[in-house]
Design a protein around this ligand. Structure first.
Ligand SMILES: [Mg+2]
Length: 309
């Protein structure tokens, strides 16, 4: 993580940072909840009382992670998991998505210095400033553009003016290095083209399920779905890398606070990704311990010297 795009010693940020073309390719996959941010989104359940009756209860994502398999004492309202996760979905009649509202509610106290963000917050901020391509891979069920709106809010409100200038300078550097003759683009256009290249996979959304060909609702295929999302992003990245015609080291970082997802992804890298992308160094960050900044680092494979085929 040491190779930042080089900035001169002076305060001035160049309009176009051509030095980014010298950097290794680094990409990131971020889980959102409790990894980047602690969101106020609640899961609606029913809890068994000592007398055998059930009472409604709403719980945080971190509490849910603990009771997820306790089917004896917790159940979705009316047996309907869609009801349990309704705050993790988009609804037509909303003027603002619950996701964007909760992103704002989670970020504002962080920006004010009143609350700690998630363990990968710093890494996500850095990836944005450096203009790295990333994917958000979350078990939520929003549309891709809903998740993207949260990322846009993050860029506008977390990054300082100077950091946004650095980001634009790096993004323009990448465009100068890898895109031909596009003429002058405004900052808004450059940012939008960058965000178009990133991926926003909310794996329980109807759109994503349709893409997977797994549309039956209520079936828990979270781990499989996250793997599908990661593979999709890797193939997307490799189309970009091949198009660039450039051969240099590639690393992909993945961070998630759910140890089950971390284990599943480590296995997935070892069994499948490593075979399909042998030249990639995969680095997994287990952010299940909220007090460990950036999480616990696990390097799954590293053959950075091999040229890609
Ligand atoms: Mg999470």
């Amino acid at each position: 993580m040491s190779d930042r795009p080089s900035q001169s010693n002076s305060e001035a940020t160049p309009e176009v940072n051509l030095a980014v073309a010298e950097l290794p390719f680094k990409y990131y996959i971020f889980d959102w909840d409790n990894n980047i941010l602690h969101m106020p989104t609640r899961i609606h359940l029913e809890k068994r009382l000592p007398d055998g009756n059930w009472e409604p209860i709403s719980v945080s994502t971190s509490f849910y992670a603990v009771v997820r398999n306790d089917k004896e004492n917790y159940r979705p309202p009316g047996g309907d998991w869609e009801q349990a996760f309704r705050e993790f979905r988009d609804f037509e009649e909303e003027t603002e998505s619950m996701f964007l509202r909760h992103t704002r509610e989670a970020l504002d106290p962080v920006i004010a210095g009143e609350r700690k963000p998630g363990p990968s917050f710093r890494q996500f901020r850095k990836a944005l400033i450096e203009g790295r391509l990333f994917a958000i891979v979350t078990a939520r069920g929003h549309r891709a553009d809903t998740v993207r709106s949260g990322v846009e809010y993050f860029i506008s409100n977390v990054l300082t003016a100077k950091e946004r200038r650095q980001m634009m300078s790096n993004l323009r550097g990448y465009r100068a290095a890898y895109e031909q003759d596009e003429g002058y683009l405004t900052d808004g256009e450059v940012l939008s083209l960058y965000l178009d290249l990133c991926r926003y996979h909310a794996v329980t959304s109807p759109d994503f399920r349709a893409r997977m060909g797994r549309e039956e609702p209520g079936v828990d295929i979270q781990e499989e779905a996250k793997q599908f999302a990661i593979m999709d992003f890797m193939r997307h990245l490799f189309r970009i890398v091949h198009k660039s015609g450039v051969d240099k080291p590639i690393s992909v970082g993945f961070s998630d606070d759910d140890p089950r997802n971390v284990r599943a992804v480590v296995g997935f890298i070892e069994e499948e990704l490593h075979r399909e992308f042998p030249q990639v160094k995969f680095v997994v960050y287990d952010t299940s311990e909220a007090d460990v900044p950036d999480g616990r680092k696990i390097v799954v494979s590293g053959q950075m010297e091999l040229p890609f085929t």
